[in-house]
Design a protein around this ligand. Structure first.
Ligand code: HEM
Ligand SMILES: [Cu+2]
Length: 623
């Protein structure tokens, strides 16, 4: 029965891994890198807007449009999303008592397509044709008539990265449905797993819309189609509908796992179980459903008419109800608790008021006549940074400090942690609170400069100072992560946690659970501990464990798409050399790339891969 498998080391191990824990770390590393890139772009924006026109102009209009577009696109698609997926990979299989995800190969493919899509998008900085159309890529601006190859980098880069998200979502849906340990019924699953489940469901319905929309843009640009070209019967507003049918659920794809992390951290450090578990689960499902009902609140000013505006306005306000249920349940969870303010708990508790501030301005924006004033002003920029940075990023940082010991087997430094928190938190409110007023005072978004003495000078200066505080906070986080490599080793259960991931070693062994655990209720590990046990009761005898084998194919499949994407976007480009014109003009590069991908898919389908077994003797040797 024993099948031996080639064990890779070093870089090859990371390139071929299908282990969800390692893929989680890869997502953290790549998402972290893109967060830093998006952060540098944000600092450039704030430096440019720190002083009015003529004082300290570092970016011209074109470059500003590029930096602003790449900031928004990178932060949403290449930073926030992968960080969320990193957490889901690191935590969900452990929380449900599984040895692996349902589709390890697909999981690896999900990472590499995201990564190569992100690299392709950012290569545009070196080829000098950077997307400059805003992260929303509205037509006809994103069409051939008004923008250059940068828009192809946007459309094709996100298309490839989007494949990663879609297969990742499918993988987690099936994992959570099929891989739960004995006794882990749905209503015994931890909230982080529930929110990851709903998020994966939203991905299944939202990302195909984006994929179709991006195909339309690419066809309009590369094959002279007319989907969004009004002059020839297309419809530019159609893109806005398609983009936001994806775009609004997208923000819930990001925030729901963040909510889930908060629902794990608060009970642990308040030493009280989560208040209102069932209502939390139903609120999550309701938010998931409603998130598809509100997209046109981004389009109140395009002229849809009062009835449509009113309907979308009311639907948007409805989301405040299940979100409110969550907020009160979090407050009742910590109410009367024995609170331990670790760094994770500081970030988690600061999330609640900050996110509520973002939510409240969201309800203001949902009123169509009021939005006619707010639309495309800095009030909107402030609102979505309060929900995205104040909501998602603060929770992701809380989650990183909470699950870091389990992921890396090392403890982060709490003093540095608390420094990072105060610098980031104060910086955040300094940057974005004042922007609400800039918007009310009439400052539009997406302007690269402004004239002096319009009442915006001091506010912009303060906002930029805030951004540097945030940067300092991020630098302290990075230092903390680096020094933790040699930091104190982490015990299995550093926080006296409640869920299954704390019942196994830190970092968890390749096979996660030597014997699958028997789950007897919600907060499965806490229940065992309350019975005086140190470990989970096993649900099966010790036996050989089957593991999937590593593979290089996902890496090459994604590399093939990267090459093909590059080939397609330059097919109409006028190069100086005839050789280059032939190479790209006859789609040779594009076909070469697709051939690599197709050959890998063929190999994957014909090569019979049985994986391998870890034998009982080996497990017993580990003690
Ligand atoms: C970390 C500190 C950050 C700062 C200082 C910052 C600053 C800004 C500013 C000033 C703008 C407005 C640019 C304009 O309208 O001209 C902007 C736009 C934007 N930001 Fe951020 N941001 C930060 C983090 C983030 C994060 C974490 C995300 C998402 C995960 C994000 C997503 C966006 C998006 C989507 C836009 C709209 C871009 C567009 O108009 O096309 N930002 N940011
Ligand atoms: Cu929305």
């Amino acid at each position: 029965m024993a099948h031996s498998v080639k064990k890779y080391r070093g870089l090859m191990d990371w390139i071929t891994t299908v282990d969800h824990k390692k893929i989680g770390i890869l997502y953290f590393a790549a998402g972290g890198l893109f967060f830093v890139i998006g952060g540098i772009e944000a600092l450039l924006i704030r430096l440019q807007l720190m002083f009015p026109k003529g004082t300290f102009d570092i970016l011209d209009g074109q470059t500003y449009n590029e930096v602003m577009t790449m900031h928004g696109t990178t932060m949403i698609f290449l930073a926030a999303m992968p960080l969320v997926f990193g957490l889901m990979n690191a935590v969900v299989p452990l929380q449900i008592g599984a040895r692996d995800v349902a589709f390890p190969f697909l999981n690896s493919l999900g990472f590499w397509t995201f990564f190569f899509g992100g690299v392709l998008l950012n290569i545009s900085w070196f080829t000098g044709t950077v997307p400059d159309i805003g992260w929303t890529a509205y037509a006809p601006l994103s069409g051939q008539e008004f923008s250059g190859t940068g828009s192809d980098y946007y459309a094709i880069g996100l298309q490839i990265a989007g494949i990663g998200t879609l297969v990742g979502g499918i993988n987690f849906l099936v994992t959570i449905i099929n891989m739960r340990a004995p006794g882990m019924s749905f209503m015994r699953m931890p909230l982080f797993t529930w929110t990851s489940f709903i998020t994966s469901g939203i991905i299944l319905f939202a990302f195909p819309a984006l994929a179709v929309g991006l195909i339309y843009i690419s066809f309009d640009r590369l094959f002279d189609a007319n989907f969004f070209v009004t002059a020839t019967g297309g419809n530019a507003i159609l893109w806005e509908h398609i983009f936001w049918i994806f775009g609004h659920p997208e923000v819930y794809i990001l925030v729901l796992p963040a909510f889930g992390a908060i629902s794990e951290i608060l009970p642990t450090f308040a030493r009280k179980r989560l208040f209102g578990y069932s209502s939390m689960v139903f609120a999550t499902a309701l938010i998931g459903f409603l998130s598809f009902m509100v997209w046109a609140h981004h389009m109140f000013t395009v002229g849809m008419g009062d009835i449509a505006n009113a309907l979308f306005g009311v639907a948007t306000m409805l989301i405040a109800i299940p979100t409110g249920i969550k907020v009160f349940n979090w407050l009742f969870t910590i109410w009367g608790g024995k609170i331990q303010f670790t760094t994770a708990m500081l970030y988690a508790t600061s999330f609640i008021p900050t996110f509520v501030m973002g939510g409240v301005t969201g309800v203001m924006l949902a009123i169509p006549p009021a939005d006619f004033q707010f639309h495309d002003s800095y009030f909107v920029v402030a609102h979505f940074h309060y929900v995205i940075v104040g909501g998602i990023v603060l929770s992701l940082l809380a989650a990183a400090y909470y699950w870091w010991p389990k992921m890396f087997g090392r403890m982060l430094n709490e003093t540095l942690g608390k420094w990072s928190f105060w610098l980031f938190f104060i910086g955040f409110h300094l940057t974005f609170f004042i922007q609400h007023f800039l918007g009310l005072w009439g400052m539009p978004r997406r302007v690269f400069t402004y004239l002096p003495n319009q009442g915006w000078d001091t506010a912009n200066f303060v906002s930029s100072i805030g951004a540097f505080f945030m940067a300092a906070g991020v630098i302290v986080i990075l230092i903390n992560a680096i020094i933790s490599i040699k930091g104190p080793k982490a015990p299995a259960d550093p926080w006296d946690g409640r869920t299954l991931e704390w019942s196994i070693a830190s970092p968890s062994p390749e096979y996660n659970f030597k014997q699958l655990p028997l789950v007897r209720g919600l907060d499965a590990f806490w229940l065992e501990k309350m019975d005086g046990k140190k470990e989970m009761t096993p649900a099966e005898p010790l036996g050989p464990i089957h593991m999937p084998s590593p593979s290089i194919l996902p890496f090459f499949m994604s590399l093939g798409l990267f090459i093909a994407g590059f080939g397609f976007m330059y097919r109409g480009y006028e190069f100086e050399s005839a050789f280059m014109n032939n190479l790209f003009g006859y789609n040779i590069i594009a076909i070469f790339g697709l051939a690599i991908t197709l050959v890998c898919m063929f190999l994957r389908s014909v090569y019979d891969d049985h994986g391998y077994h870890i034998e009982v003797e080996e497990l017993q040797k580990e003690g």
